[in-house]
Structure formats: structure tokens, C-alpha cells
Design a protein around this ligand. Structure first.
Ligand SMILES: [Zn+2]
Length: 91
């Protein structure tokens, strides 16, 4: 992932073309559902990994802890609730 590719890593939060602010939302591509941003010009950034369903992507958006660079496996000393959160986090 390149710097500036997501809002978190410094992508613009505003489109100069259509004067619209980018707000994270549930989006879909051929690869799956994800949290990303778009404006009237089209899709802008992908902020999360791909999810299997729009519900899973919406849950990511609701929790607000999405990332494209989440750890591949939860730490061994994590409790069950935290593991569930991490699974959602990674999708
Ligand atoms: Zn635009």
C-alpha cells in the first residue's frame, strides 16, 4: 500500500473536481465489499480489506477500526471478544 492511498495514510479528504468531502462508506467491487470513499467522480479510496458481505463491511464501518494492514493473526493472549473484533477488523 502506498502512502496517500487511504485517508488514514494521507489521501485527500476532499475532491477538488466535484467539491465533495470523502466520507467512509460501504462500497462494492468485483473483489468484494469494503469500506472506502467515493465522490461524484467515482470510487476514490479503499480503506479496509475485502468483506464477504455488505453486512460485514457495514459492521467494519460501524466499529471504525478498519485497515488494509491489519495483523494476519491475533496475538495469543487475546480474549474471545477481542478475537471476534479482530476477525471483523481484518475482513
Ligand atoms: Zn469528485
Amino acid at each position: 500500500m502506498l502512502p496517500g492511498e487511504t485517508l488514514h495514510s494521507g489521501a485527500p479528504t476532499f475532491c477538488d473536481e466535484c467539491q465533495q468531502t470523502f466520507e467512509p462508506q460501504v462500497m462494492q467491487s468485483a473483489a468484494g465489499w469494503y469500506v472506502g470513499t467515493s465522490c461524484r467522480c467515482g470510487p476514490n479510496t479503499r480503506e479496509s480489506g475485502y468483506c464477504p458481505s455488505p453486512e460485514a463491511a457495514a459492521e467494519l464501518l460501524r466499529i471504525g477500526t478498519y485497515s488494509r494492514t491489519a495483523p494476519a493473526a491475533p496475538p495469543a493472549d487475546l480474549d474471545a471478544d477481542a478475537v471476534l473484533t479482530l476477525v471483523i477488523f481484518r475482513c
